[in-house]
Design a protein around this ligand. Sequence first.
Ligand code: FAD
Ligand code: DLZ
Ligand code: SF4
Length: 509
Amino acid sequence: MKIGLVLGDQLSSQLASLRVLAKQTDLILLAEVRDEASYVRHHQQKIAFIFSAMRHFACQLQQSGWRVQYHHYDSQSNCQSLLEVVQQAMQQSGASELVLTQCGEYRLQQAMDNQWSAQLGIPVQVYADDRFVCDSTEFGRWAEGKKQLRMEYFYREMRRKTGLLMEGEQPVGSKWNFDAANRQRYDGQPPLPAPLTFQRDEIDREVLTLVKQEFADHPGNLDDFRWGTTRAQARQALEHFLQQRLPYFGDYQDAMSSGADFMFHSLLSPYLNVGLLTALEVCEAAEQAWRSGAAPLNAVEGFIRQIIGWREYVRGIYWRHMPDYAEQNRLGNVRDLPRYYWDGQTGMKCMSEAFRNTFEHAYAHHIQRLMVTGNFALLAGVKPKQICDWYLAVYADAFDWVELPNTLGMVMHADGGYLGSKPYAASGNYIHKMSDYCSGCRYNVKTASDHDSCPFNSLYWHFIMRHKELFQGNHRMSMIYRNLEKQKDDRKQALWDRAEWLLAHLDEL
Ligand code: FAD
Ligand code: DLZ
Ligand code: SF4
């Protein structure tokens, strides 16, 4: 008899390990444990979402005939790690083998590979996670010999492989990428759809009470918990997106607006990442929306690119370069994460909006993560480990394999430009162009070196100046360095001095 351990991000009925187990004889184990719930200070909504989705998934397995053992979170239990729960279940059941699907996170997979079999005294059989479009071997073949990777070329391979938005060998609309059409500012029209809400059942209520009691010191709160916790609700969320948001997803993909916490984004990442939806079903549904005339091509292509492009690409990089990837700090950053990343209190309106969004919903949309909180950490030279741990903690969709390359590579450029050829560093002007934040801010986005100037402005030039040696030869940045050269020395000095003051008083902004 075998035990199949299903992890909190493996809630898919087609999971590889489930396919090799037998309903009548084998036992499925799911476990809520302290070690997984606190290896970073996960947002309260992230824990509630995962625990409730695990409990619902266990019920679903039971209803379809599986024998299921469920370990509920218990702070007094002797079993605070997955290994301890497995050990106990093994002793009780006399199982002779443990079966798993490969973990999403390196830390846990390593522990399983190195210790579990010896400590349990039984074979541990791990099956590849085939819920992704591209596996490690295929990614390895594509990445082999390349010093720097380009997502765009990888993405085209995935389009060919899946046949999504293809006409024979050619991309539909004769272009692979419609990003140039996806940069509109949002001025209140079309109106934003009301977010979807779900009726809460007994399981949700129990979990919300548990999290409130046990994780009150974790970031965020549960007041506005909106996440679906079953596959059926995740499907509803997909339908809601296809009908109400996808048509405008492309146009406003990069836009930000006060109070518009979700813009026209899909909010599907948590469901994709825990396995309640698959990447292909979501992309096929989006393609169908375009083919039926319900959504334009720039929206559908942009959306599909995020999933079979970026999502698969970062996963490939993660598994190819862990564990060294997590240690990189190629810009030599030394600063601590400013206080407001945890308490949300800052006079910078763009940042305070992103933090409010984050703490209220365990969500912020991509451009807030990349160009506001991420950009600030890059310009301020925050230690990569600290900012990575923050992103891993505060979002409902955060798992190391997807969070780490996005933060360490895309945002912090700490991998030396392996993931992206140029840092996304930007001054306040970018935020001003793409949002309405600056008009309600204590700082002045039009100036750079006054006492009330937008911090992003001088920090941006400080970043450019302090990394001159590294970036001035980068042809994608040569114009920036030409602009810098044109500035008078006293202007450069004023920018430098203002930025130095800001860096010395980072926690006070
Ligand atoms: P949409 O904008 O509607 O996009 C659709 C889907 O595309 C998403 O659901 C997601 O599955 C995928 N996607 C989009 N961009 C990316 C990307 N860059 N990498 C991988 N998948 C992408 N995404 C996570 O799923 N987990 C994370 O922990 C995470 N951490 C991030 C950290 C930083 C610093 C940055 C800049 C981005 C991070 N992302 C992460 C990517 C992206 O911001 C989120 O996937 C997105 O905001 C989720 O919201 P959504 O479902 O509404 O996305
Ligand atoms: C994120 C998370 C949390 C908060 N809690 C659990 C848990 O109690 N049990 C579990 O199996 N998984 C949990 N997870 C998700 C795991 O951290 C995830 O399985 C690992 O990151 C491995 O990919
Ligand atoms: Fe952000 Fe600067 Fe605009 Fe204020 S002025 S909202 S700090 S970009």
